[in-house]
Design a protein around this ligand. Structure first.
Ligand SMILES: *Cc1c(COP(=O)(O)O)cnc(C)c1O
Ligand SMILES: [Zn+2]
Length: 426
């Protein structure tokens, strides 16, 4: 699992190395994703004093994108070194009408990450991963993807002028395939599930032929994962440097959820943001067709039994979630909960979110909205605490989910008489 390409990283970086999430062993900042001692997953660790030196004023004076948080990231401290589409600073939308419909009395916000350059939150993780990949000397960019990641890697590679090869399950939505293929890199459709794609990529990365290739979520995964923290930083900054009391986050591998929680912890311990009274609670959302993490939580176990995913929320269809255990840990530690939504509930929730907020989400956003409503109904979400729901992707990429449920409300010949007859004048 070593890469032949290892170089020192980040002169001005607050990161000091990689640390095993299992046994705590530490390694240099390099293209390594599993512990040599126990095979556990690795995470970037930071010098706490360096993080504590970052000020709100520094951040607020920074660029209007994720790089304003470069002082809290492992790479990208210097603009010239970045491989990026400059994602981030997406809208935090106040959602009063949605709150009223689902029974929340405290302020409800939708963090709309469909506003990123390739229309999902994956631009954040890819920018950080590929900036690390460049520093480490990789000359080709790759990933195993459920759709949005492939889209983002292909676009970043095109912008950087670097070849790319992305791997996806063959049965993805056309909106994910077309938006990826258009950038001109290699797109490999694998006749299998995402978990099959991921396993294949873990094997390819070990071959001599792929020695020059950074798989953003395999050999540079620790850096990739850090990019998700910027969603947490942004929400806090947009709320006036406050952490919200409750957050609802979609889960595929579970990584995003753990990193939003990590971001909140960093902001509070470095004095950049204020925690809510009683702390924040983290809630996770999955679909009925792929709910291994939520099922483990409901069963009160740490054993996550892999599933074979089905259903329309394809971007979340990871049956064997790499960060599932850590997502369980964060939800239990903060006093949150998880739930899941059926395909029909997802379709209804996409329309509910659109109708009440003007945000058109992909199926993952439908999952999160549907689960938020369920969590209010079951009493798990406190209706009197401020809540942020994360919409991580764009409805135009999964049009089929609602195509048969919506359409013109009238069809009328172009004359006043026809308009009157159709009832348009009341
Ligand atoms: C990848 C993805 C997620 C979840 O990511 P994990 O970090 O693997 O849990 C959520 N929403 C969308 C739209 C995604 O593409
Ligand atoms: Zn270890």
């Amino acid at each position: 699992m070593t890469s032949a390409v290892i170089a020192p990283l980040g002169v001005d970086s607050p990161a000091r190395g990689l640390e095993c999430r299992g046994c705590g062993a530490r390694f240099p900042l390099a293209a390594q994703h599993a512990c040599y001692e126990c095979f556990g997953p690795l995470e970037v660790w930071y010098d706490a004093d360096s993080l504590a030196k970052v000020t709100r004023a520094q951040i607020e004076a920074g660029p209007q994108n994720i790089w304003r948080y470069a002082g809290l990231l492992p790479v990208g401290q210097h603009a010239a070194d970045r491989v990026t589409l400059n994602p981030g600073l997406t809208p935090l939308v106040r959602a009063d009408a949605l709150a009223a419909e689902i029974g929340l009395r405290a302020p409800l916000w939708v963090k709309d990450d469909s506003a990123n350059p390739t229309h999902s939150f994956k631009d954040r993780v890819v920018s950080v991963a590929l900036t690390a990949a460049k520093a480490l000397g990789f000359t080709r960019y790759a990933c195993a993807s459920t759709g949005n990641l492939a889209n983002s890697v292909a676009a970043h590679a095109a912008r950087a002028g670097v070849p790319s090869i992305v791997f996806v399950p063959h049965d993805l939505e056309s909106g994910k395939i077309i938006t990826t293929a258009v950038y001109g890199g290699d797109l490999v459709a694998i006749e299998g599930s995402y978990d099959d794609v991921n396993r294949l990529c873990s094997e390819l990365v070990e071959t001599d032929e792929f020695e020059d290739t950074a798989f953003v979520n395999v050999n540079v995964r620790p850096f990739y994962a850090e990019g998700s923290k910027t969603l947490g930083y942004e929400v806090a900054e947009q709320l006036g440097w406050r952490i919200p009391a409750q957050v609802v986050i979609p889960m595929a591998s579970g990584e995003l959820l753990t990193k939003i929680d990590k971001a909140f912890e960093e902001l509070v311990s470095s004095g950049l943001a204020v925690a809510p009274e009683g702390g924040w609670k983290v809630f996770g959302a999955q679909s009925l067709g792929c709910n291994p993490i939520a099922t483990a939580l409901h069963a009160g176990t740490d054993v996550i039994t892999p599933v074979k995913p089905t259903g329309i929320a394809k971007s979340l269809n990871i049956g064997d979630p790499a960060a599932g255990l850590y997502a369980l840990e964060a939800v239990r530690r903060t006093g949150g909960w998880m739930d899941y939504a059926s395909d029909d509930e997802i379709r209804d929730a996409i329309r509910l979110l659109a109708r009440t907020t003007g945000v058109f989400a992909e199926t993952a956003g439908g999952v999160t909205t549907a689960v938020t409503a369920k969590l209010v109904a079951s009493g798990k979400l406190d209706p009197d605490l401020e809540t942020v729901v994360f919409n991580t992707g764009e409805g135009l990429k999964t049009l089929d989910a609602v195509a048969e449920l919506v359409g013109p409300t009238y069809r009328v010949k172009p004359s006043l008489k026809a308009a009157r007859e159709a009832g348009l004048l009341g």
